[in-house]
Every structure is written in structure tokens, then in C-alpha cells.
Ligand binder design. Structure first.
Ligand code: MG
Ligand code: ZN
Length: 167
């Protein structure tokens, strides 16, 4: 069984228009999108700088808008166990925040080089290199030690090729 997706969601400017310390108008498109994720089984953590009375007001507001919260400004118990402690960063698979900026992941392909070109059909000696920075890659590495890019898996490579071929 797959683990449920965890969404950490901001309050001001994300669930409601930013009117801190008051609460602005609900942002219905975000509320609807969150409810759709919840219907599909996701867990939700409210992840906000609000504290004290302002936080209590936001939690009540969520209840009035039928938004279920699995946690408020804390990690889920299963993630505390997974990390071996309660990390200060809340773990989530997705962060929904009006101040978020999407950072595209840096990836690289493997370039295979034959290091035994003079011995036809003898044992081929294909070695993997990072196509971005030319660093030789250790066996089964997930990240290039030279440039830090994530090494694209064979399955991803096949998928890309299929997409590029328009299938
Ligand atoms: Mg915000
Ligand atoms: Zn590299």
C-alpha cells in the first residue's frame, strides 16, 4: 500500500487572502484543490507562522470551512519516527504556500564510454560518465559526485524517449 501524500499548507495568502493578523476572504480554488487531495487520501498539516490566538482563529476557520487538519505546525508521528526525532522542518511531499518558488530539480543523463576500444568483441568496458560535468560515476549512484545532479534512471530515460518519439 502506498503511503499517503502529505501536504503542508500555509494559511495567510494561501487558504485565505492575506489580512494577518485578521483573516481574509477564503481562496476557494485552493480550498477545493485541497479537498480533492484529501478525498484522494492525502494528509494535511497546517504550516503557518501564526501562534496563540491568531493560530487558534485559523484552526477554527479551517473547521468552519470543513478543512480537515491532521496536524498543526508539527510533524506527523510517522515522520518523527522515520527521521529519528522531531525535525524543525515539517516534512511534506508538497508545500502549498503563496511565497513558494518552484526550484526545478537538476538532473543529468549518463554517457557511456567504451574504455576498451581496441579489443573488438573482447570484454567491453563501458564506464558511466555524467553528461553534465564529465565526472565518472560510481556504480549505482543516485547523484553525480561532481555536480550534484540527480542521475536519471533507466526507466525515466525510456519514458523520455517514448515522449520524444510522440508515443
Ligand atoms: Mg502566506
Ligand atoms: Zn555531474
Amino acid at each position: 500500500m502506498n503511503k499517503p501524500k502529505i501536504i503542508a499548507i500555509d494559511f495567510d495568502g494561501t487558504l485565505a487572502e492575506n489580512a494577518w493578523p485578521d483573516i481574509g476572504a477564503p481562496i476557494q480554488s485552493v480550498i477545493n484543490a485541497l479537498k480533492a487531495e484529501q478525498a484522494a487520501g492525502c494528509k494535511t498539516i497546517l504550516w503557518t507562522n501564526r501562534c496563540g490566538e491568531e493560530l487558534a482563529a485559523a484552526v477554527t476557520w479551517c473547521r468552519l470551512h470543513d478543512i480537515h487538519l491532521d496536524a498543526v505546525n508539527v510533524n506527523l508521528p510517522e515522520m518523527i519516527e522515520f527521521f529519528g526525532g522531531d525535525t524543525r522542518k515539517i516534512f511534506a511531499n508538497e508545500y502549498w504556500d503563496d511565497r513558494a518558488r518552484l526550484m526545478p530539480e537538476k538532473v543529468c543523463r549518463i554517457r557511456w564510454e567504451d574504455h576498451n576500444p581496441y579489443m573488438d568483441n573482447a570484454n567491453d568496458c563501458w564506464e558511466p560518465y555524467c553528461e553534465e560535468c564529465d565526472t565518472e560515476l560510481p556504480d549505482d549512484c543516485s547523484y553525480c559526485p561532481g555536480c550534484g545532479a540527480r542521475v536519471i534512471t533507466k526507466a525515466e530515460e525510456d519514458h523520455r524517449e517514448r515522449v520524444e518519439e510522440g508515443q
